[in-house]
Design a protein around this ligand. Structure first.
Ligand code: SF4
Length: 649
């Protein structure tokens, strides 16, 4: 049950009087090209408050251990003891000596330590090739349409030896990941490890069963790494931040290992997954692993927890924290103001092995390349979203709804400090929607200081972004932006309260593109009341936007209704009814709904993404959009010159 508790009813935990040492941990899996920023933020904040704080990325450590010569030998032993083998495991064993000989140099290459190996990898005679390499045939087809030649030339350009090699090396690692999945752990994935155990999972049972199972190679390796980190840092408090469901199982495995070996170490769980899915947590077994579970921005709850652990604050005065008392979960929230965004300190990457991250080149979508390729310093321009109206978004939750800015001077100081610490000048601004006013002020400040960085991030396509401002942002180092066009339909954009029109998006994106900035559009399908005609029309708009050079990259997501969004809260206003939510004491986020239009969106999604894939490579831009759909669909109602007119108007 949630609610504020009477002061003094809960006894304080007593810790030794030794100074507190905090270890923040990134659990597997998160991205491998750059550290997930949560621990950098927390560690920077804690150090700014004089707390001894360290950080470890166990996601990277786990992958590097598994993808090593020793790791592969262990996998081979497991395969040797197994009764059955899948086709790809068989292939792996047949080529095992080649995998063993190539794994160490390939990892070094992906870490940027051995760039000359690119020539051998790009030759395709160096790495063993498993089923993942079959995807290259798709590119051959695409290239044939353009008249033959080098199959990957359209994707990488004539001089892209490094890029080709990284793409091949990434396919090679994906083949090994598939072998790990078949032979060791069916839940294994590089970014979404055991996700289904946690995602919108009303009961803790599946996770509890998985955690009670005998450890496999992945579990045992993670346990060893977790205990090594404890040995190294000797923390009194371990913070584990879970950004999404695919990091939850490993977070619990880490906590399990710590609690078994060091029961006196206090463990706390927080992060994006907790903030969205565990807001009504009532499952006592979670507290076999974690002593505290905190909600929303971590700084204030953490300060309160540290005071409590030092004996300076009673447990009944904790902030936004779940605890277990007398076998039941209790939510304690002494309301105190959050730490202002100006005062959260500068993130620090100190202690993380920045030279060991892997620059993977997985998807050929230009914007997704930025996500997985290269090491980007992560920084937030403002906390929350200044718009906070979109009806599919978690606008009521702190990470969107609490909007706070910092001055351009403070942001530029943070940037200078981060460049000085990491030696790297690439920044990913991780805002949900960075405010134009702040970006303009920051650009001016960076230019005034002569700070040379490159940066990219999310924005809203709003008209404040004039061509002049786009140019100024480009001059300050902006290389790419992404924003939501969602369903390209003025009716649906109004219904979802996006606050933009298709014509406006066309003009704003053209301004960015003309300034040399890559534009990626988040696209959506399956929004309430979206008809087949709406979908065809939306694709026609998207086609014209690509053809006019307004956008260069995009991705179609299927609309998902969350319990925190306006659609989830007021479905009647969007013409849908919600399906009953399974009751349970654990996670809650996505909720099913019934749309009376009855459109089957799944096959449409396949068509939309196929079209987009081709548009991103300049293919099929002149064709009727109906060609991408497998069944009969209506003719688009959008005038073929609609975007051109919007741009000239
Ligand atoms: S979808 Fe983006 S712009 Fe809309 S409210 Fe959410 S964060 Fe803000």
């Amino acid at each position: 049950m949630r609610g504020r508790h009477d002061a003094g009813t809960i006894p304080a935990v007593s810790l030794s009087s030794a100074p507190l040492r905090v270890l923040s941990v990134i659990p597997p899996m998160t991205q491998l090209n750059t550290p997930y920023p949560s621990t950098a933020y927390l560690t920077g904040f804690l150090r700014s408050r004089g707390v001894a704080a360290e950080q470890e990325d166990l996601a990277l450590a786990l992958i590097l251990r598994l993808l090593s010569a020793d790791g592969l030998r262990q996998v081979r032993e497991i395969i040797a003891a197994a009764k059955e083998r899948s086709g790809r495991v068989e292939m792996f064993i047949e080529q095992f000596d080649r995998y063993l000989a190539t794994i160490t140099p390939t990892i070094a290459f992906l870490q940027g330590r051995d760039p000359t190996l690119a020539h051998r990898i790009a030759s395709r005679a160096f790495l063993p090739e498993g089923p993942r390499f079959e995807t290259l045939d798709v590119y051959v087809d695409a290239d044939d349409e353009e008249g033959g030649g080098d199959p990957l030339a359209w994707a990488f350009g004539a001089l892209g030896v490094q890029d080709r090699a990284r793409h091949f090396a990434t396919l090679y690692l994906n083949d090994i990941a598939d072998v790990l999945r078949d032979a060791v752990d069916p839940r294994f994935e590089f970014v979404r490890y055991a996700e289904s155990l946690a995602m919108s999972q009303p009961t803790f049972e599946p996770l509890a069963e998985a955690l009670a199972a005998p450890p496999n190679l992945v579990d045992a390796t993670l346990r060893e790494l977790a205990l090594q980190a404890i040995e190294k840092h000797q923390p009194t408090l371990v913070l584990i931040s879970v950004p999404f469901p695919g990091a939850v199982y490993a977070a619990f495995r880490i906590a399990q290992a710590i609690k078994a070996a060091h029961p006196n170490i206090v463990t706390a769980l927080g992060g994006g997954y907790v903030n969205t899915e565990l807001r009504e947590l009532a499952e006592p077994r979670v507290f076999d692993y974690f002593d505290y579970v905190t909600l929303d921005a971590g700084e204030r709850p953490l300060l309160a927890l540290l005071e409590h652990l030092r004996g300076e604050r009673s447990a009944s005065r904790l902030v936004r924290s779940f605890v277990r008392r007398d076998g039941a979960v209790r939510y304690i929230n002494l309301v105190e103001p959050d730490v202002p965004f100006e005062d959260v300190g500068t993130p620090t990457w100190d202690g993380l092995p920045l030279q060991k991250y892997l620059s993977l080149l997985d998807m050929l979508n230009p914007m997704h390349r930025l996500w997985s390729d290269g090491r980007w310093n992560k920084l937030t321009v403002a906390h929350g979203c200044y718009w906070k109206k979109c009806s599919f978004c978690d606008v009521g939750l702190d990470y969107i709804g609490r909007y706070e800015t910092a001055s351009a001077e403070v942001l530029a100081d943070r940037i200078d400090a981060i460049v000085a610490e990491t030696g790297q000048t690439g920044f990913h601004f991780v805002d949900e929607a960075a405010p134009p006013k702040s970006l303009k002020a920051l650009a001016a400040e960076l230019q005034r200081r002569g700070t040379a960085i490159s940066w990219w991030g999310n924005i809203r396509f709003e008209k404040t972004f004039t061509p002049e401002l786009c140019q100024q942002l480009a001059d300050s180092g902006c290389i790419a932006i992404s924003g939501g066009l969602e369903v390209a339909s003025d009716r649906l954009l109004a219904l979802m309260k996006k606050g933009v029109s298709v014509d406006q998006v066309a003009r704003v994106t053209k301004g960015f593109a003309d300034a040399g900035i890559l534009v990626h559009a988040y696209l959506m399908y399956g929004f309430p009341t979206q008809t087949l005609q709406d979908t065809v029309d939306a694709l026609e708009y998207v086609r014209q936007l690509f053809a006019a050079g307004c956008i260069q990259s995009g991705y179609f997501h299927r609309f998902a209704c969350t319990v925190h969004s306006p659609v989830g809260k007021h479905p009647e206003q969007y013409g849908v009814t919600l399906k009953p939510l399974p009751q349970g004491p654990f996670a809650k986020n996505d909720i099913g709904f019934v749309d009376p239009t009855g459109v089957d969106h799944a096959p449409l999604g396949v068509a939309l993404n196929k079209a987009l894939y081709n548009y991103m490579h300049g293919l099929g831009l002149e064709d009727d959009v109906r060609r991408w759909f497998s069944g009969r669909v209506p003719k688009p109602r959008v005038h073929p010159e609609r975007i051109a007119r919007a741009l000239s108007g």
